[in-house]
Design a protein around this ligand. Structure first.
Ligand SMILES: [Zn+2]
Length: 211
């Protein structure tokens, strides 16, 4: 059974403490200790799905990258969030503080990576477009499960690092020409995820095709 982390606003921390919530100084989060009924903490329980990024709409991004196993050019998929999406950030000024988590608006487009949780409707859209080649799988590198690409030729997992964390990777364009290798399908439905991400130059976004 996994620990339940709570979303406690700073002003309500004493209430949470009184009810028995514990403070994790490393993750800077209040949680329900073992043996206590989580229903006690109803108003602070995470809404499903729990995540650190949200947006009223999103795009499925398609690019291509050579498969490390079979060497053939394989489809690669990811998510792009338009400017105006929100990220959950610790806005506490003092590092010794207990953490004040707030949704902060981001004014640049973002491509996400190491996606751990996405809502079912988003999963369905992605599965349909990717032919189920983008799916939840276990990574030995990160020792965790996240949504990743699989080569549509040989089926091998294609981790996010090469595509998302190396300049020039399929989803890390360094110039407009590279950006034009990415296609976007905009979807007017809400997005939420637990994931990382990085900003994309707005000019690059204009060079991405629509599909
Ligand atoms: Zn392959």
């Amino acid at each position: 059974m996994t620990r339940i982390d709570l979303r406690v606003p700073f002003a309500e921390k004493d209430d949470a403490k009184r009810l028995g919530a514990r403070w994790d100084a490393v993750k800077k989060v209040w949680y329900v200790p073992a043996g206590l009924d989580s229903a006690l903490f109803g108003k602070w329980l995470p809404r499903e799905p729990e995540g650190n990024l949200r947006a009223p709409s999103y795009a499925i991004a398609q690019s291509a990258a050579p498969c490390w196993k079979c060497g053939r050019q394989a489809h690669a998929f990811s998510f792009l969030l338009p400017a105006g999406h929100e990220v959950l950030e610790d806005v506490a000024a003092d590092e010794s503080d207990e953490g004040i988590w707030e949704w902060v608006r981001v004014e640049t487009p973002t491509i996400v990576h190491y996606v751990e949780q996405i809502p079912l409707p988003v999963q369905r859209q992605m599965s349909a477009l990717s032919g189920n080649s983008y799916r939840l799988d276990y990574s030995k590198t990160t020792q965790s499960s996240y949504w990743m690409n699989h080569c549509h030729h040989c089926g091998m997992k294609q981790g996010d690092f090469g595509m998302h964390c190396e300049p020039g990777g399929a989803f890390m364009p360094m110039d407009e020409h590279a950006a034009s290798g990415i296609s976007l399908r905009f979807i007017g439905e809400p997005f939420a995820a637990s994931c990382g991400g990085y900003s994309v130059d707005v000019d690059f976004l204009n060079h991405m095709r629509r599909f």
